[in-house]
Design a protein around this ligand. Structure first.
Ligand code: LMR
Length: 415
């Protein structure tokens, strides 16, 4: 701006930007990487590690990559909604072939930037359909921190409710059901399809049925965060039970936010998909058009490589079987490490009862340690875990599990 011939410097465009502390999970990974202690252990971010504490390229993924490259990989844009064969195979996988075939015209799908992108796109779609008065989003306490971040940044009012009882270290079903019974019709409920993050506690099939019955009766919208299908139990069909029950048995509209980061080990490729099971063909067609319009202004079109890797696995019966085997390998190793950690804590007389560790499933163990113990484990023993004492069990192996169990016991005894 020129005043009397001189140029006045305007304040920064970004002067109002507050300083926001780094994301705790990513900051913990950075701290771990910067630590030069040889026996350091990373139980922070949820990423699978093999027996040597190394990232694991799934054999099914390696074969799929090879096939894609041999077939001649080009680098063209994907369509706005992503790779069509990926989207249809993902919907079929999540819903099961029969349910998918009977409803395929009422389904809308969009490839997304992993689970986060999928949740975000689902939020954008709901916001565009529900403006100006946005429904409440119900989120369990505790939960994956990004749930609040995603939905509050989109302007949704977020309501937390107690999911976990810290005294009994069990799922607080009474609070869950009474929350559903008092939620305003039309509210959105974020459901962890399986492997609840961070508690590792899922409703039983009977409990899911009760949750679904109330949700249907009260007209609450199920938004499934499905980041661990197949990874939780090693059995994809088992892990997709709640999703299929809501769609098929209850005949409800649902949004499924799928990620292939964990179950295919495609963390950096950002492979995800939003699948909407809607009530009519018209709603599906219109929702599809809105998804594509929203996607165009957000990312234009999604990344191609990871979706091709996943689609190639899902299309080929042999590769799909090999992937199911990989899922069993990962979940089996996690289950055996969970048991070894439990045995180690008991053998080292770590104060308290550790049965909760065995009740939990999936990638995480929710230990129930005090913040002081968590800090001391990091500072003195170089063992890194989330501040709420969630541990990524995949970070354990036969070489470090005894060290971890012994260290936890030692720190707790001196607390
Ligand atoms: C986790 O919960 O550690 C992972 O899902 C990584 C992340 O993005 O937070």
């Amino acid at each position: 701006m020129a005043v009397n011939g001189t140029t006045m410097k305007l304040p920064s465009m970004f002067a109002a930007a507050p300083y926001i502390p780094a994301d705790p999970i990513f900051a913990l990974t950075a701290e771990y990487l910067a630590d030069s202690f040889p026996k350091k252990v990373n139980l922070g971010q949820g990423a699978y590690r093999d027996e040597k504490a190394q990232p694991w390229v799934l054999p099914s993924v390696a074969r799929s990559r090879k096939t894609i490259i041999e077939q001649g990989l080009q680098h063209e844009y994907l369509p706005i909604a992503g790779l069509a064969r990926f989207r249809s195979k993902v919907a079929e996988l999540a819903l099961g072939r029969d349910i998918y075939n009977s409803r395929s015209k009422k389904i809308a799908t969009c490839q997304t930037l992993s689970g986060t992108g999928s949740l975000h796109l689902a939020g954008l779609l709901i916001r565009s359909c529900q403006k100006p008065s946005l429904p409440k989003v119900y989120i369990t306490t505790p939960t994956w921190a990004n749930h609040h971040h995603i939905f509050s940044s989109l302007g949704f009012p977020c309501q937390s409710f107690r999911y976990y009882d810290p005294d009994t270290k069990t799922l607080d079903l009474d609070t869950y059901l009474s929350t559903l019974n008092s939620a305003e019709p039309g509210s959105i409920i974020i459901l962890h399809a399986c492997a609840h993050n961070p508690t590792g506690l899922d409703p039983t099939p009977e409990e899911w049925k009760e949750i679904g019955r109330i949700m249907k009766e009260r007209n609450l919208f199920p938004l499934f965060d499905a980041a661990y299908l197949g990874f939780n139990s090693g059995d994809f069909n088992k892990d997709a039970f709640a999703i299929r029950y809501f769609v098929n048995d209850l005949d409800m509209e649902v949004a499924l936010c799928l990620s292939f980061a964990k179950n295919m080990g495609l963390y950096g490729e950002r492979v995800g998909c939003l699948v909407l099971a809607t009530s009519t063909e018209e709603v599906a067609r219109n929702s599809q058009s809105v998804l594509e319009s929203l996607q165009r202004s957000e990312i234009s079109n999604p990344p191609a490589f990871g979706a091709k890797v996943a689609a190639t696995i899902l299309e080929d019966a042999g590769l799909r079987e090999s992937w199911f085997e990989d899922l069993r390998t990962m979940s089996g190793r996690i289950q055996s490490m969970r048991k070894m950690l439990y045995d180690g804590l008991v053998a080292n007389a770590a104060p308290g009862n550790w049965d909760h560790l065995l009740r939990q499933s999936g990638m995480f163990g929710f230990l129930g340690l005090s913040p002081k113990v968590v800090i001391e484990l990091k500072e003195k023993y170089h063992i890194y875990m989330a501040a709420n004492s969630r541990v990524s069990i995949a970070g354990l192996n036969k070489d470090n599990v005894e060290y971890v169990a012994k260290s936890i016991a030692e720190v707790m005894k001196n607390e």
